[in-house]
Design a protein around this ligand. Structure first.
Ligand code: C2E
Ligand code: MG
Ligand code: MG
Ligand code: MG
Length: 277
């Protein structure tokens, strides 16, 4: 009967919710041990500079292989970490690891402009964040212009004035700042011009239909033109096909990142894409 079905559906829904909560608790508990037990690793995805015809940068992306739970994607655990203070410890670890690796590459003679690190707005808002960045650069010996900080667009909006001040301090230290996932949030042009950024990263969702839909291509073309007018470098992320690459290159996109060239991989694998002195 309908009544019985309703009850069943409620049960299924209820079970689903409790499973989600259980999973979240499991991940949260496991996260606490992950740093201690060295379960995180940074992967690197090379970025191709169209004009210079070489791989000029890499994005560091965190990976977590839990001994019992297996691989857990950052898309899943970063938001959970962001609900606790763990995200700050993760941010510090990521910075330290990426800067150490970048310095090592420089010492080995590899040529690149920047290593990009994703930073949660919660890290950005911690009072000693600038100190941590400064200390990390000092300790690792990485020249600041080789470090790029990626901040997602939506996250910046909440405490915009404070965030602009912190980003400016990063720029004053000599770092590059990039706006990640550009186009997915409420990007008002009015606030874009106020951010002390040098780079915008066009989100993958924008590229999905660009080869089959002329309206989508016009949007990409417009974003690139506008960004260049504002003296911003444009990175397209999530580029998977030659068609996408050709269209982006035709529209003067500066840097291209995606499976078309390479998946994120270990530092050793990723370094094979870089030129050497
Ligand atoms: P994001 O910073 O926008 O990174 C791009 C994501 O797209 C990465 O997923 C990357 O592996 C994936 N990707 C790259 N090329 C392609 C492609 O051609 N096709 C497709 N389908 N995907 C591609 P990943 O590594 O799973 O990371 C997801 C998100 O998690 C990142 O998005 C970032 O927001 C966050 N994240 C990753 N690492 C860190 C980290 O160290 N710290 C923080 N706070 N967040 C991180
Ligand atoms: Mg990113
Ligand atoms: Mg992105
Ligand atoms: Mg993203």
């Amino acid at each position: 009967s309908a009544k019985k079905l309703g009850k069943n559906q409620y049960k299924i829904y209820h079970d689903h919710i409790s499973k989600e909560i259980l999973k979240k608790n499991t991940i949260q508990n496991a996260l606490r041990d992950a740093l201690k037990h060295n379960q995180f690793e940074l992967y690197y995805q090379p970025q191709y500079n169209v004009k210079k015809e070489c791989f000029c940068g890499l994005e560091a992306l965190i990976r977590w292989n839990h001994p019992k739970l297996g691989w857990i994607s950052p898309g899943e655990f970063i938001p959970i970490a962001e609900e606790t203070s763990l995200i700050r410890q993760i941010g510090t670890w990521v910075l330290k690891t990426a800067c150490t690796q970048a310095k090592k590459w420089l010492d080995e003679g590899y040529i690149f402009e920047t290593v990009s690190v994703n930073i949660s707005p919660l890290s950005l808002q911690q009072s000693d964040f600038i100190d941590i960045v400064q200390r990390t650069l000092n300790e690792t010996g990485l020249p600041p212009h080789h470090l790029d900080i990626e901040i997602t667009e939506t996250a910046l909006m909440h405490t915009l004035e404070l965030n602009i001040k912190t980003l400016q301090k990063l720029v004053d230290l000599g770092l590059n700042v990039s706006l990640d996932d550009f186009g997915t949030g409420y990007s008002s042009l009015n606030y874009l011009k106020r951010l002390p950024i040098k780079t915008v990263k066009i989100d993958r969702t924008f590229l999905e239909d660009m080869c089959s839909n002329s309206m989508e291509e016009s949007i990409i073309e417009g974003i690139i033109l506008l960004s260049h007018k504002m003296n911003l470098t444009v990175v397209a992320e999530g580029v998977e096909t030659k068609e996408q690459f050709d269209l982006l290159a035709k529209n003067h996109c500066d840097v291209i990142q995606g499976y078309y060239f390479a998946r994120p991989s270990s530092s050793e694998e990723a370094s094979k894409f870089l030129n050497k002195n």
